[in-house]
Write a protein that binds this ligand. Structure first.
Ligand SMILES: Nc1ncnc2c1ncn2[C@@H]1O[C@H](COP(=O)(O)OP(=O)(O)O)[C@@H](O)[C@H]1O
Ligand SMILES: [Mg+2]
Length: 331
């Protein structure tokens, strides 16, 4: 069984400290893969630990399948946590590590069949007799995943499970986690500070800053329609270009944003968001330009639908599949 997890106006402060989670509301559907994304220290682990029952909730409600769950013991929540530092017992083999929670749950049952099935799923049958010290980082993390999966929990809580691994292994395990959780159909909340990881894994991404939820949306929506400048700047590499501008909305002419001496004429027909600017004559705005929306060309070579702005190329980075141009746009 997989579960719905809801937070309603949840807040948390550590003793004598400020709020580190501030009136957070979030609804995670059964079977959904939700990523909690934000910079280090923004409260991600605290949120996860409150859901797991490892940290008390000061204010607000946690609901599991619609039932009030603030005071449920961690062991009664039926969730499995995977941490960044693997947390395996060093003196136990992989088999014993994976089987450990099963033996705690039901001392009479033989954990072998479940451990074997889990190991097959993860492709770690050959590692079952080894101790953690005889495993590489990636193998250890697979065993830690195995320990979480073998229990057949109703939710996975993963706290930066890949951040101790090198880039190649991270990409590989990322795909594996995605496949496994989809196969199992188990509700998963996955914490990371890595926006690329968040975008590639999440059904939805919840962006957190200083304990405050900024936006929760599909990866596509947080990328294309960021709710605020923080989200815009946090998501996407290369970073979005941010320019200060003023709205010029003449009654009869084209909508433009003045960027100092330059004018950015908004493409017609105006998008819904751009139409809203019609009534905001003179307002200061921040213009976000995604790099891939910009093409370098001679001013006279603009194609229909394109709007020219002039910049000075300062540096060019060749990356193989793309070229990054760092330029100064005088405004
Ligand atoms: N046990 C604790 N006691 C006091 N402050 C803590 C404790 N755990 C975390 N914090 C503080 O709470 C804030 C959020 O921490 P955390 O949830 O670990 O952030 P993240 O996981 O996003 O990096 C940080 O400022 C951190 O220093
Ligand atoms: Mg953390």
């Amino acid at each position: 069984m997989t579960r719905a997890i809801s937070l309603h106006d949840v807040s948390k402060a550590y003793p004598r400290g400020p709020r580190v989670v501030d009136r957070l509301s979030l609804d995670v559907s059964p079977g959904e893969f939700l990523v909690l994304l934000g910079p280090s220290g923004c409260g991600k682990s605290t949120v996860l630990r409150m859901i797991a029952g490892l940290e008390e909730i000061d204010e607000g409600h946690l609901l599991l399948d619609g039932e009030y769950a603030n005071d449920l013991l961690p062991s009664d929540r039926d969730m499995a946590m995977v941490f960044q530092n693997f947390a395996l017992y060093p003196n136990m083999t992989s088999r014993a590590n994976i089987g450990f929670p099963l033996r705690i749950e039901d001392p009479g049952a033989d954990p072998r069949p479940r451990v074997d099935a889990t190991a097959r799923m993860l492709g770690i049958e050959d590692l079952l007799d080894r101790l953690p010290g005889q495993l590489s980082g990636g193998e250890r993390q697979r065993v830690a995943m195995g320990r979480a999966i073998a229990r057949h929990p109703s939710a996975f809580l993963m706290d930066e499970p890949l951040s101790n691994l090198d880039a190649k292994l991270r990409a590989h395990l990322r795909a594996e986690i995605s496949r496994l959780t989809r196969e199992l159909g188990v509700t998963t909340i996955y914490v990371t500070h890595d926006q690329a990881e968040a975008m590639s894994l999440g059904d939805r991404v919840a962006v957190l800053r200083g304990g405050v939820l900024q936006q929760v949306d599909s990866p596509r929506a947080v990328y294309a329609l960021p709710r605020n400048v923080f989200v815009a700047a946090f998501i996407g590499t290369p970073r979005i270009n941010l320019l200060r501008g003023l709205v010029r909305a003449p009654l009869d002419g084209a909508m433009t944003i003045s960027l100092g001496k330059q004018f950015l004429r908004l493409p017609e027909p105006l998008s819904l968001d751009h139409q809203l600017l019609r009534v905001q004559q003179g307002r200061e705005v921040i213009v976000g330009l995604r790099s891939e929306a910009i093409r370098i060309a001679k001013r006279s070579a603009a194609r229909p639908g394109e709007v020219p702005i002039t910049g000075l190329v300062e540096h060019v980075e060749f990356q193989g599949h793309e070229v990054l141009v760092l330029s100064l746009i005088p405004i």
